[in-house]
Design a protein around this ligand. Sequence first.
Ligand code: HEM
Length: 181
Amino acid sequence: MKGVVFTTFLDMVEKTWNLDMVDTIIENSELESGGAYTSVGTYDHTEAVALVSALSKATDIGVDTLLQTFGKHLFGVLIDGHPEFAAGVEHPLDFLEGVERYIHVEVRKLYPDAELPKFECDRKSDDELIMIYSSGRHLEDLCEGLIEGCLKFFKRQAQLSRSTLPDTREQFTISLVSDDR
Ligand code: HEM
């Protein structure tokens, strides 16, 4: 997993709690990297799982909630780093459809070792999109947070529902709430 995910996560922990919390979760996670991440490095994704579990234990907040909150925050950081991906895109569902077709394709060119999920999209209407997520890393909660971060970025509200398909892929249905602008 790319270092930017780790540096953004530890930054969020420091801002939401403090540096002591960062030290505590690093100490409690038995990390091969020792917790020294650079944004361009690549690290075992199990280190991220260990850090989130340690934060969950230390704060008594569920791993699912922490991953969703982190995903929402991470979207803001990713788009700040790559504003070109949103250039000219006005509709959040157009953007989300573009994650598989365009954004992650470009990400793969920038970082050939990135471990990216797969999305199958079905645009039901202008205001409704079904996105089926699959990844061996099963970061469904992070994915939900990233979708929420995207909606926030485009200043749109939506009903977001999720269900696990029999083959363990996760189906997200995003229905935009009408916009009276
Ligand atoms: C500016 C937009 C985006 C950029 C630049 C971006 C880039 C990235 C990068 C660099 C990673 C890390 C890969 C690794 O650790 O090896 C990643 C992972 C991921 N991305 Fe994106 N992404 C963007 C938007 C999104 C959106 C909107 C979604 C959700 C629909 C999404 C879903 C995910 C998920 C779930 C992962 C974790 C890997 C996994 O599940 O296997 N991304 N992305």
